[in-house]
Design a binder for this molecule. Structure first.
Ligand SMILES: Nc1nc2c(ncn2[C@@H]2O[C@H](COP(=O)(O)OP(=O)(O)O)[C@@H](O)[C@H]2O)c(=O)[nH]1
Ligand SMILES: [Mg+2]
Length: 590
């Protein structure tokens, strides 16, 4: 199917033409029929001689209803520009054409109607000249009469040529269906209609509304028939579960989940007036949506727009700005960036303007990654940037220069940390993440490369966390004491004398140089096995006092040492508090 929108001044015969081509009544409302004037969008379709189907979005021509007109043409790739032979080129002929130009519509047709009432020649000549100067360029022109039917076969042939030349839609693209109507059908619930420009929708699909809410496709209709799947380009009516019509009205969008962000601050290129001459407020029209915006000029043709409510926009989107008060088109808009940087620093706006001058709405992955330094691939895709680079970890893309300077910063931070905390086995990952201001711990881990290494949530040079020389020497003195008398834990005074305070002891215990039995009770690391061997030589079971004598030690050591022996399975404690050595465990220490 193909979709073509009408365009042109009020009363120039647009609806009559659609009626003549399709046999369907595009004016849907009683008020429209009574007044003989299109107020809102109308829809009708027909089959062309080639077998191709064309659906028309018939728009209102009256200047009061330009916002409705824009909602209709916004998502449509081709237009039929209608001019009355007896009236010629009029204000809304110009305004509609300017809107098509601003949106970058490239395909169209001039139809001069009411040619039974006047010579169509002058209207054709002027329309051709006006259209040629726009994004539509040279287009075919046909003279017809909706009253007599003269010229209609030529128009049908011209439509066939027009649709044959339309670009193939991208059927794998994510869905962004701008709702142009939402209503309730008794027994079915909410129905949303729109022009599907790309992608496909199936019954049963889950989609999201612009605000992120999930909705389910209960049914689909196209051209008045229920179908299981609709592929772009198409007019489609989507029956939704889980939503009220008021929540899915004109301007909301049905989206493929996860494929669009919600942008309320965007940098754009404007065509038309100098950016600095633009009014500071306006309305942004895109798809079938319109939203008030504040305008901040940046460069000669670039501005930052603050949207009243977020829209699912991507880089490269075409839109237009309109001054609703003056009912005047302010300019066409090409979206350059849907997640632009804050402009807090002095001179940031000027630097941004320079940067925007190099952008054209066809985002390049490498440029974007360079600008953003670190960015998730899925976020880039949501911004409209096709991503092919290899992530540094998970879904993260990194600018190569930034990544290598982060790697250096990591080494510096870890080195400084180990100077400040010589007894710790490296810098905790979370602390590094904060120090380097990284958004994800995984990035810190991915940055680690020799000479750094990751161990137990910390990052260090291998050997870091080995005991500093003075501590190692102190431990050696204590170990020498213990070699003489393995279960005589050094007294506090001896520990202090060799320079082992609580932090040094903790470090020595962590590296395995000492075994901790209690707060300041330490032995050599092999004391448990040595004790088990010694206890194997005395009669079983034995009391605490027996053990104390056999090990030549005090209660201060014997109590926790026996508990450790119990815990490690060397000994078993009997109900009378005596213990037996578990021979199996002792021969084969765990
Ligand atoms: N004589 C004649 N009248 C026409 C022709 N096309 C439309 N009209 C009349 O012009 C008026 C406006 O037509 P309409 O289709 O509603 O214009 P629209 O506002 O562009 O949709 C109506 O009264 C139509 O009957 C035509 O080709 N010849
Ligand atoms: Mg009409």
């Amino acid at each position: 199917m193909h979709v073509v929108a009408t365009a042109g001044h009020v009363d120039h015969g647009k609806s009559t033409l659609v009626r003549a081509l399709t046999g369907m009544e595009p004016d849907r409302w009683a008020e429209e029929r009574r007044r003989g004037m299109t107020i809102d969008l109308g829809f009708a379709w027909t089959e062309l001689p080639s077998g191709e189907t064309v659906a028309f979005v018939d728009v209102p021509g009256h200047e009061r209803f330009v916002p409705n007109m824009l909602a209709g043409v916004g998502p449509v790739p081709a237009a039929m520009i209608v001019v009355a032979a007896d009236d010629g080129w009029m204000p809304q002929s110009a305004e509609h054409l300017a809107a098509l130009d601003a949106l970058g519509v490239r395909h169209g047709l001039i139809v001069v109607t009411r040619s039974d009432l006047a010579d169509p020649g002058p209207a054709i000549a002027q329309a051709r000249a006006e259209v040629a100067a726009t994004s539509l360029g040279e287009v075919a022109a046909v003279a017809v009469s909706g009253a007599t039917g003269e010229g209609l076969p030529d128009l049908v042939a011209a439509l066939d040529r027009l649709v044959a030349a339309l670009p193939e839609p991208d059927l794998d693209a994510p869905v962004r269906l701008w709702a142009d109507r939402a209503f309730t059908i008794r027994g079915s619930g909410t129905v949303v209609t729109g022009t599907l420009g790309a992608g496909r929708i199936r019954v049963g699909d889950e989609l999201t509304l612009s605000d992120g809410r999930a909705v389910h496709v209960r049914g689909l209709q196209s051209l008045g028939r229920a179908i299981d799947e609709v592929v772009a380009v198409a007019r489609v009516a989507v029956n939704l579960r889980g939503v009220e019509p008021t929540d899915a009205g004109r301007g909301t969008a049905l989206l493929t989940p996860g494929e669009f962000g919600a942008a309320d601050l965007i940098d754009v290129r404007v065509t038309g007036d100098d950016a600095h001459d633009l009014p500071r407020t306006g309305t942004l029209h895109i798809g079938a949506a319109s939203v008030p915006v504040r305008v901040r000029p940046l460069g000669p043709d670039t501005v930052r727009l603050r949207l009243d409510r977020p829209l699912p926009l991507r880089a490269g989107d075409r839109a237009l700005l309109r001054d609703p008060g003056l009912r005047r088109l302010m300019g066409g808009v090409t979206v350059l960036d849907v997640a632009p940087p804050a402009l807090a620093r002095r001179g940031a706006a000027a630097a941004r303007a320079t940067e925007l001058a190099t952008m054209d709405g066809r985002p390049d992955e490498r440029d974007e990654v360079r600008r953003r330094l670190l960015v998730r691939r899925a976020d880039l895709r949501r911004m409209g940037v096709p991503a092919a680079m290899t992530p540094v970890t998970g879904d993260w893309l990194a600018d190569p220069a930034h990544w290598s300077s982060l790697g250096e910063a990591l080494i510096t931070a870890v080195t400084a940390y180990s100077k400040r905390h010589p007894l710790e086995p490296g810098m905790p990952v979370e602390e590094l993440r904060r120090a380097l201001d990284l958004p994800d711990r995984a990035l810190v881990e991915a940055l680690v490369s020799p000479p750094l290494a990751y161990r137990n949530g910390r990052i260090a040079r291998p050997g870091a966390g080995d005991l500093p020389a003075p501590v190692a020497q102190a431990v050696a003195l204590i170990r020498a004491d213990l070699a003489e008398n393995p279960f005589a834990a050094p007294e506090a005074a001896r520990l202090a004398e060799v320079g082992l305070g609580p932090r040094q002891i903790a470090a020595a215990v962590r590296t395995g140089a000492l075994l901790r039995l209690g707060d300041a009770v330490v032995l050599a690391p092999d004391a448990v096995e040595a004790a088990a061997r010694a206890l194997a030589t005395i009669p079983q079971p034995f009391t605490l006092s027996d053990a104390r004598k056999a090990l030549n030690t005090t209660r201060r050591v014997a109590v926790p040492l026996l508990e450790l022996l119990d815990k490690r399975g060397h000994t078993r404690r009997l109900p009378d508090d005596r213990r037996v050595l578990d021979q199996a465990a002792s021969q084969n220490p765990v």
